[in-house]
Ligand binder design. Structure first.
Ligand SMILES: O=C(NCCc1nnc(-c2ccc3[nH]cnc3c2)[nH]1)c1cc(-c2ccc(F)cc2)cc(O)c1O
Ligand SMILES: [Mg+2]
Length: 214
């Protein structure tokens, strides 16, 4: 049986990046996905917006929904202050297996907890399992029809606090129209759109940053 796209991406990292150097892992993935084989990482252009929002928030506890191969996991974890933690949720075991190896190759496994399973089941268990009071930052990059139900679940489970920043990928392409409506029309969020492009393409896409007001 042939290899999968995530497995080929992992091979490219092992071949072209330096073990323990997150920047080189990020560059190796971006090069591979731009010049060899497209993949649904947040990418270098939207990645710079993610970096700037992260640096501004400097979260002690962060959540990522949708690990995929761990590209944005590394982008987030490399910017976390010592002692800060990132929990990332992945539904697909094959994606998770590759992500674990890429995160370890970057040397960031001590800052990251990867949990496998449906976000809808895992979110209500976050407090008891990981001793989380609330998240300072949430990156939504999983199935686009899960953005609204999972945001409501985070609210209902008391996992958001006044000032928690939600950053959602792909609000234009593939699109998350219900999510945009939800955060823009809610008095509980202050929202702003960061226009960009779909990873490795010239198609428009963007990130929506929403601050929970409590
Ligand atoms: O589907 C996407 N991302 C989602 C992957 C995922 N990785 N993990 C999950 C998960 C994780 C826990 C979950 N719990 C419940 N569902 C879950 C789904 N979902 C996605 C798709 C595109 C895209 C654009 C244009 C195209 F022509 C084709 C594709 C671009 C992107 O940037 C994406 O992020
Ligand atoms: Mg995405």
């Amino acid at each position: 049986t042939g290899s999968t796209r995530p497995q080929r991406m992992l091979k490219a990292v092992q071949k072209n990046a330096t073990k323990g150097d997150p920047e080189s892992v990020i560059s190796a993935i971006d090069y591979y996905c731009r010049h060899r084989e497209w993949a649904m990482n947040v990418g270098d252009e939207k990645g710079l917006i993610l970096d700037s929002v992260l640096t501004e928030v400097n979260p002690g506890t962060a959540l990522e929904l949708g690990t995929y191969c761990g590209y944005s996991t590394i982008r987030i974890a490399r910017l976390l202050s010592p002692g800060s933690k990132l929990i990332t949720v992945e539904f697909n075991p094959d994606f998770a297996a590759v992500a674990r190896q890429i995160i370890a190759y970057a040397g960031l496994q001590d800052k990251v907890t990867l949990v496998e399973g449906p976000s809808g089941d895992l979110i209500p268990k976050m407090k008891e399992r990981f001793g989380i009071k609330s998240f300072d930052f949430v990156f939504l990059d999983h199935w686009k029809d899960r953005y609204v139900p999972d945001t409501k679940l985070l609210e209902d489970c008391g996992l958001l606090r006044k000032g928690t920043v939600l950053l959602a990928d792909n609000v234009i392409c593939p699109g998350a129209p219900e999510y945009l409506k939800y955060v823009k029309n809610s008095a509980h969020y202050e929202s702003r759109y960061y226009k960009s492009n779909l990873e490795y393409t010239t198609v428009e896409d963007g990130l929506e940053k929403s601050v929970f007001l409590g």
